[in-house]
Design a protein around this ligand. Structure first.
Ligand SMILES: [Zn+2]
Length: 69
């Protein structure tokens, strides 16, 4: 599991959820209830990493990073 940042496409609400990767499809916006959300990174992947405690961005090949390095 990981603490992941999400942003609601519908209302713009940002929120964090602790989710298993397999549960990502089921996340809903806590504000408007929309399932129309996307995952955001905003550099946080450098501390969280793509998998728990492993890798991160230091290797420059973080699979969960959308371009913070
Ligand atoms: Zn929303």
């Amino acid at each position: 599991m990981a603490l992941i940042d999400f942003k609601c496409i519908k209302c713009g609400e940002k929120f964090e959820e602790i989710v298993k990767l397999s549960d990502r499809e089921n996340i809903k916006c806590p504000k408007c209830g929309s399932e129309d959300i996307k995952q955001v990174f905003e550099g946080k992947c450098c501390s969280v990493g793509s998998s728990k405690g492993v890798g991160g961005c230091s290797s420059g090949s973080c699979g969960g990073c959308s371009g913070c390095h």
